[in-house]
Design a protein around this ligand. Structure first.
Ligand SMILES: *[C@@H]1O[C@H](CO)[C@@H](O)[C@H](O)[C@H]1NC(C)=O
Ligand SMILES: *[C@@H]1O[C@H](CO)[C@@H](O)[C@H](O)[C@H]1NC(C)=O
Ligand SMILES: *[C@@H]1O[C@H](CO)[C@@H](O)[C@H](O)[C@H]1NC(C)=O
Ligand SMILES: *[C@@H]1O[C@H](CO)[C@@H](O)[C@H](O)[C@H]1NC(C)=O
Ligand SMILES: *[C@@H]1O[C@H](CO)[C@@H](O)[C@H](O)[C@H]1NC(C)=O
Ligand SMILES: *[C@@H]1O[C@H](CO)[C@@H](O)[C@H](O)[C@H]1NC(C)=O
Length: 257
């Protein structure tokens, strides 16, 4: 039974190791998300940072790090209320025994129009949202989004740009213009980079379990064929004892003559 017992265990280990968020593959890193999703906000606005990845730990064990200094907050969410310029900078979170998250950069602005993006660096295939946001949430109309200096979209009423599946061609320098209280305004430009997805990793994730599955099948096949051979040999042995007629080349039996 050895081959059958070992192979499923191997298969499980391989699947665990290479599962998309396999715990064994690498130490899990928490992730910081923003709600609302914009990391460029106006002074006086609110944003909540949430640290994900603490499924296995106590609720109040999150460490928040702003510009390298540890904050007093230990909850998994960090509320930034009435944001001020000094709230700008690098944010990271950490759980005991887990590595620090990738940093998130918050920028607090004072301007008329602000181009907000769900992310400035996006992986290919991920969604991307852009918003032409007016100071104090004032109504912006006749909105034009520009990409690399060319008009991309025009709306009389303000709209967000929503790209469900970003491609490398969506990379570029974006800004928006629009009217508030009948005056024209333009946002500062913002660079957006869409990165090619890493295919090798996905290939490995798929290939290793496949390889193990193939080994498993071959192994089982070998086991079954060995079992068949043994049964066959046993049969032959039995047959030799019992009915000698089954032997392909019956030896001439002197008694028959
Ligand atoms: C931010 O939150 C505070 C407290 O809840 C609230 O008074 C304020 O109006 C909020 N600011 C905005 C821009 O929503
Ligand atoms: C954090 O760093 C940002 C960017 O360097 C700066 O604007 C902000 O004032 C800093 N805030 C604190 C509290 O150090
Ligand atoms: C986690 O932290 C350790 C020690 O600082 C480091 O050696 C390791 O590369 C980190 N792992 C990840 C996935 O960042
Ligand atoms: C996203 O776009 C790429 C390239 O155009 C395409 O290969 C892929 O299938 C698309 N994915 C989805 C989920 O639409
Ligand atoms: C753009 O997105 C924000 C945040 O999700 C939302 O509050 C706002 O209503 C949207 N604006 C428009 C014009 O759709
Ligand atoms: C944005 O991209 C343009 C064109 O690639 C480049 O010249 C500019 O320096 C970039 N700006 C920032 C802030 O990275």
């Amino acid at each position: 039974m050895a081959p059958l017992m070992e192979s499923p265990t191997l298969l499980c280990i391989a699947l665990l190791l290479f599962a998309p968020d396999g715990m064994l593959a690498a130490p899990q890193k928490p992730m910081v998300s923003l709600n609302p999703p914009w990391n460029r906000i106006f002074k006086g606005e609110n944003v909540t940072l949430t640290c994900h990845g603490n499924k296995f730990y106590a609720v109040d064990s999150t460490k928040w790090i702003h510009n390298g200094s540890v904050l007093e907050v230990t909850t998994s969410s960090l509320n930034i209320v009435n944001a001020d310029f000094e709230d700008s900078g690098e944010y990271k979170c950490q759980h005991p025994k887990f590595n620090e998250s990738e940093p998130v950069y918050l920028e607090v602005f004072s301007d008329w129009l602000l181009l907000q993006a769900s992310a400035q660096v996006v992986m290919e295939g991920q969604p991307l949202f852009l918003r032409c946001h007016g100071w104090r949430n004032w109504n912006v109309y006749k909105v034009i989004y520009y990409k690399n200096g060319e008009a991309l979209k025009y709306w009389y009423e303000n709209h967000n740009i929503s790209i469900t599946n970003a491609t490398v061609e969506d990379s570029g320098t974006y800004y928006c213009v629009g009217k508030m209280w009948q005056l024209d305004y333009a946002s500062e430009p913002l660079n957006i980079t869409v990165k090619k997805a890493q295919r090798d990793k996905y290939w490995l994730q798929f290939f290793i379990p496949l390889l193990v599955a193939i080994l498993f099948v071959v192994d089982t096949g070998l086991f079954i064929s060995t079992q068949r051979q043994v049964t066959f040999l046993l049969k032959i042995k039995r047959n030799r004892k019992g009915f000698k007629l089954l032997s392909p080349h019956p030896k001439p039996n002197p008694q028959n003559n």
